[in-house]
Design a protein around this ligand. Structure first.
Ligand code: NAD
Ligand code: DAU
Length: 354
């Protein structure tokens, strides 16, 4: 039975990954280490709380003693590091926590994995172990109208978030190049789907449209993101963990580039028709001040993961966005719970000067 340390899996992608893996592998152990920041939500995991294949541990990936103890207790085969501060806007107002979690946290996980898996006497690594870093296309910076991010594209991050993620990627490669640690890095484009915290574009817009609130579109609304349904990302991470070549980076994306305003108008049209609500129309759109250092376009070239591992995205955007809107409409209580309390304060602070 393979044993995984999965971090940050009370958040959006991690939650989806836990369900994906439990469905796919009858025999598996997932030890889920999550600090439960504002973005972590145990309610996400209630459908597997009685499943012995999933063990939840509340804690910080920066905590050396805790992580060392988990390695001793479980003798992990894999580490898959999802844990991160993940929101670009928050990184612009508060960069330090991004350096702490995304940078120092990653180094702590690498060091604890090395201590557990590397025999310094024989200078050998234990068989079958691997560290996987869940990174992002944002480390490559911003594209103009043409071209795509390849694994060979130089790193050129712009935001404090993407800089902290790029720095983590460099440490992962440093552990590979210096100590021979078995590692992979995935760099995925924008995810959407169930359980995403409504600070991110799609769930924020769904929630605002439903409540007839203004829809804050940054700048001219023509920034382009490459959207991937979250389950397709989970599939890619599983394939890379279990088949990726040692020391390699794999880009993940489905050639589904859309300007932000297209996404917002799609959500308006969908909810207008589904809820039969004439109070929902494009008049809700409000163009607001642009995000500082706003990357213009992301676009992934996924040729490598397709050719080497046979990965392909299964959910076209037209289907994925309907599934996503269905999920949020069916999980009104989830949305109410995560948007109560601190969320209101965050929203007012973040959008007051826009
Ligand atoms: P998220 O913000 O929804 O979840 C992050 C999780 O990490 C939360 O559960 C939080 O409690 C936990 N966490 C934060 N700090 C921690 C710490 N110090 N110790 C332990 N746990 C901690 O993020 P997400 O959107 O699910 O992203 C997951 C990963 O995927 C991140 O590394 C992100 O950079 C990467 N990624 C995200 C996207 C995307 O579109 N969301 C795309 C590509 C890559
Ligand atoms: O590309 C992968 C990245 O995608 C991940 O690494 C990040 O963790 C994830 O948050 C996401 O980053 P973005 O900045 O692209 O996602 P966000 O949902 O914050 O914004 C998407 C686009 O929508 C971006 O161009 C900014 C714009 N936007 C966002 C919000 C929240 C708006 O116009 N208005 C908004 O209110």
């Amino acid at each position: 039975m393979k044993k995984y340390l999965v971090t940050g899996c009370a958040g959006f992608i991690g939650t989806n990954f836990v369900y994906y893996m439990l469905k796919k592998y009858p025999e598996i152990l997932l030890v889920n280490l999550d600090k439960l920041t504002y973005a972590g939500n145990l309610e996400n995991l209630k459908d597997c709380e009685d499943d012995p294949r999933h063990v939840f541990v509340q804690g910080d990936i920066c905590d050396k003693e805790l992580v060392t103890g988990l390695f001793e207790k479980y003798d992990f085969d894999y580490v898959i590091n999802f844990a991160a501060e993940s929101h670009v806007d928050r990184s612009i107002t508060n960069p330090e926590t991004f350096v702490e979690t995304n940078g120092m946290g990653t180094v702590n996980l690498l060091q604890c994995a090395k201590n557990a898996w590397y025999d310094s006497e024989t200078k050998t690594w234990a068989e079958g172990k691997k560290y996987c870093q869940v990174s992002t296309d944002e480390v490559y910076g911003s594209l103009g109208a043409d071209g795509y991010f390849m694994e060979t594209t130089p790193l050129c991050p712009h935001s404090p978030y993407s800089s902290s993620k790029a720095s983590a990627d460099m440490f992962v490669m440093a552990y590979h190049d210096t100590y021979g640690m078995p590692v992979n890095i995935t760099r995925c484009s924008n995810n959407y789907g169930p359980y995403q915290f409504p600070e991110k574009l799609i769930p924020l817009m769904i929630n605002n449209v439903k409540n007839h609130k203004k829809l804050p579109v940054y700048g001219d609304g023509m920034n382009v993101r490459d959207w991937l349904y979250v389950e397709d990302h989970c599939k890619a991470i599983d394939m890379v963990a279990n088949g990726g070549r040692d020391g390699e980076v794999y880009n993940v994306g489905g050639h589904n580039e859309r300007p932000n305003i297209f996404i917002v108008k799609t959500i308006i049209a969908q909810l207008h028709d589904r809820l039969k609500d004439d109070g929902i129309d494009e008049g809700l759109i409000q163009y607001v001040a642009d995000r500082l250092g706003h990357d213009r376009r992301y676009g992934i070239d996924p040729t490598k993961i397709k050719e080497e591992l046979g990965w392909y995205p299964e959910t076209p955007f037209e289907k994925g966005i309907v599934l996503t809107i269905d999920w949020y409409l069916e999980h009104e209580e989830w949305m109410n719970n995560v948007t109560s309390g601190n969320y209101q304060k965050y929203y007012e602070e973040m959008y007051k000067n826009k």
